[in-house]
Design a protein around this ligand. Structure first.
Ligand SMILES: Nc1ncnc2c1ncn2[C@@H]1O[C@H](COP(=O)(O)OP(=O)(O)OP(=O)(O)O)[C@@H](O)[C@H]1O
Length: 327
C-alpha cells in the first residue's frame, strides 16, 4: 500500500517568507494529496500568490521545509520536475499566435511540442478557433485558458494556478473546470487560488484559508461549511406577517428588518443557527404558514470565510482556530 508520504504532492511545514518588513507567510503548513484539487483563499495580501510562487520555484522560502512530489525543494530557483502553472497571469508573447506561443513555451522548457499535442491542448481549453490569432488581442479569459493549455502540454503531476477562472465567461469556466476535474481524476494534484467561493465549492475537496500570512483553516470544505454559525436566511412565505410574528417568538431567531426595504413582500430575512431555524420552520408549519423557500443569503462557506478572515481592529482575526482545530 502507498504510504501517505508517497501519495503527497505537497508537504510544507513552517514556511516563512518575508519581503523586508512584510511577513508574507508566517509558519505555513500545507498538505495536498495527489488527485486533490486544493483551494487557497484569503483576503488581498494574505500570502496566496507568494505561496504559489514557492510551489512553482519562482522564489525560495526563508524558513521551513517544502517537499514537492516527494522531493525536497532545494536552495536554487527552479520549477520542479512534474510541476506546471503560473501566477499573476501566464507569460505570453503578444506578437505570436496562440499556437506559436505554445510551441515557443515548450521549446523554452527544453523540448519541441508535437503538433498533435498542441492541437489537443488548444481544443481542451476551447481555443481551437483562435489558435492562429495573435495573443495581443486576447481577452483575460483567453489568456488564462492559453496559460492552462501551456501547462497541460507538460503533462504535469502538480498544477499550480493563480485565479484560473479570472475573466472567464460561464462557458469558459465550465470548460476549465471540466479540464481540472479530469486531471484530478487522473491523479494530478491541483492547487489554485480564488476569491470566488462558488468556484471553490464547485471544484475543491479541501481548502486552506490564509489571513495575514497564517493558516486559519485547512481541511475539507464540508467541514468548514458544516460549522454551525449564525447565518442570514431568506424565507419566502405567502403569509409574511404571521411568519414575522413567529420569528419574533422563537429564541435565537433575529428578524433582519434592515434587509426589508425594496424587497419582495413575501420574503423576510432572519438570522439564526440551524436549531433555531428548525424551530421557526416547525412553528410556522404547525400554524399553517407555508414556507415556500428557505436559503442562506450567502453560502455557508462564504460565511465561514468571512468569520475567519474579517479582522476587528482591536482583536485580529475573529474566532480563528489553528490548522489542527480545522482538521
Ligand atoms: N515581491 C514583493 N516585494 C515586496 N512585498 C511583497 C512582494 N510580494 C508580495 N509582497 C507582500 O507580501 C504580502 C502577501 O502578498 P501576496 O501577493 O502573496 O498576497 P495575495 O494573498 O496573493 O493577495 P491578492 O489576493 O491581492 O493577490 C503582501 O503584503 C504583499 O504586499
Amino acid at each position: 500500500m502507498e504510504t501517505p508520504e508517497a501519495s503527497a504532492a505537497i508537504r510544507a511545514r513552517g514556511i516563512t517568507k518575508t519581503f523586508g518588513d512584510v511577513v508574507a507567510l508566517d509558519g505555513v503548513d500545507l498538505d495536498v494529496a495527489r488527485g486533490q484539487i486544493h483551494g487557497l483563499v484569503g483576503p488581498n495580501g494574505a500570502g496566496k500568490t507568494t505561496l504559489l510562487g514557492l510551489l512553482l520555484g519562482l522564489a525560495l522560502a526563508d524558513e521551513g521545509h517544502l517537499d514537492i512530489l516527494g522531493t525536497p525543494v532545494g536552495r536554487t530557483l527552479a520549477v520542479g520536475d512534474g510541476v506546471a502553472g503560473f501566477v499573476d497571469g501566464p507569460g505570453l508573447y503578444p506578437s505570436l499566435t496562440a499556437r506559436q506561443n505554445l510551441r515557443a513555451l515548450a521549446a523554452l522548457r527544453g523540448g519541441p511540442a508535437r503538433p498533435a499535442d498542441v492541437d489537443d491542448v488548444l481544443a481542451e481549453v476551447g481555443l481551437t478557433d483562435v489558435a492562429d490569432d495573435r495573443t495581443r488581442g486576447f481577452s483575460l479569459g483567453m489568456r488564462q485558458r492559453l496559460g492552462l493549455a501551456a501547462a497541460l502540454l507538460t503533462r504535469p503531476r502538480l498544477l499550480v494556478l493563480d485565479e484560473p477562472a479570472n475573466g472567464l465567461d460561464p462557458a469558459g469556466k465550465r470548460q476549465v473546470h471540466g479540464v481540472l476535474k479530469r486531471l484530478a481524476r487522473e491523479g494530478v494534484a491541483i492547487v489554485l487560488s480564488s476569491h470566488r467561493m462558488d468556484d471553490l465549492e464547485a471544484l475543491c475537496s479541501e481548502v486552506t484559508i490564509l489571513a495575514a500570512g497564517r493558516v486559519v483553516f485547512s481541511g475539507p470544505l464540508a467541514k468548514l461549511a458544516a460549522e454551525n454559525r449564525e447565518l442570514d436566511y431568506r424565507l419566502r412565505t405567502p403569509d409574511p406577517d404571521r411568519a414575522r410574528a413567529h420569528a419574533a417568538e422563537v429564541p435565537g431567531v433575529r428578524l433582519r428588518t434592515d434587509r426589508h426595504i425594496g424587497q419582495d413582500p413575501e420574503v423576510l430575512f432572519v438570522g439564526a443557527r440551524t436549531e433555531a431555524l428548525d424551530a421557526l420552520v416547525a412553528r410556522c408549519v404547525r400554524d399553517g404558514v407555508a414556507v415556500r423557500e428557505l436559503a442562506p443569503v450567502v453560502s455557508p462557506l462564504e460565511a465561514a470565510f468571512l468569520a475567519l478572515t474579517t479582522t476587528d481592529p482591536d482583536s485580529g482575526p475573529v474566532d480563528a482556530p489553528t490548522e489542527e482545530a480545522g482538521r
